[in-house]
Design a protein around this ligand. Structure first.
Ligand code: SF4
Length: 222
């Protein structure tokens, strides 16, 4: 099996419960969800005009819409060749759950890595049993995709982007509908905007939720 990959890099996890954890990020190409504030719009389209060879991909520095196809073995070899130290792998995108991620997670776990997937929940989440699932439900987005009920049941944490009061109401409805524990709720201000941050802090204090800031953006790291 080959996956469509936009980027592979090592950094710190900047969001949610695992903030601060040294991680290898595998960013998948492709996402039809269409969030207006998306900060990885370059991953949306899978255009074969932008397919590059693994050799060119390996030297790629900037965030571009180019991508390559990689097998699990090629990904693991890349980790070794680049001398990555992290033992945690974040599978992100784009929308990685457009792909069956179970073989990838199982191979990573076999190689001594823990796994995490970051998903909008709009596609079936196919991962290993032990994979940490970060669900960031994207509701009423341009692409018209619905968040699947099964995604809420698989979530290890819910990372909810907020900018206005209606987002808080949506979140409360979700918590009630799917009987989610307040313990797994992380509220994240959209695009670090000041008003969104104030709203997120207030709602966390009022509801016993936790705050997720995009730490990597504050630190100005990848
Ligand atoms: S689901 Fe994620 S990658 Fe896709 S548009 Fe929304 S924020 Fe961007």
């Amino acid at each position: 099996m080959k996956y469509k990959i936009n980027e592979v890099f090592e950094s710190l996890q900047g969001e949610g419960a695992l903030t601060g954890k040294p991680s290898i990020f595998i960013r998948f190409q492709g996402c039809p969800v269409g969030c207006s504030w998306c900060d990885t719009k370059h991953t949306w389209n899978v255009s074969y005009e932008n397919l590059i060879s693994n050799e060119v991909f390996d030297k790629k520095k900037k965030i571009l819409n180019e991508w390559c196809e990689m097998t699990i073995a090629q990904l693991l070899n890349m980790f070794t060749a680049r001398s990555y130290n992290s033992k945690h792998v974040v599978i992100t995108g784009g929308e990685p759950c457009m792909y069956d991620l179970t073989p990838l997670c199982e191979a990573l776990e076999h190689g001594g890595y823990s796994c995490q997937v970051e998903t909008s929940g709009t596609f079936e989440i196919n991962v290993s049993v032990n994979c940490w699932v970060t669900l960031s439900p994207k509701i009423k987005m341009k692409g018209g995709y619905k968040v699947l009920a099964s995604s809420y049941h698989k979530a290890s944490e819910i990372k909810y982007p907020v900018a206005r009061g209606s987002h808080i109401s949506e979140l409360k409805n979700i918590i009630e509908k799917y009987r989610l524990s307040y313990n797994i709720i992380y509220v994240q201000p959209i695009s670090m905007r000041s008003k969104a941050t104030q709203l997120a802090v207030k709602s966390c204090i009022e509801n016993n939720w936790r705050l997720s800031v995009q730490l990597h953006k504050y630190l100005q790291i990848d």
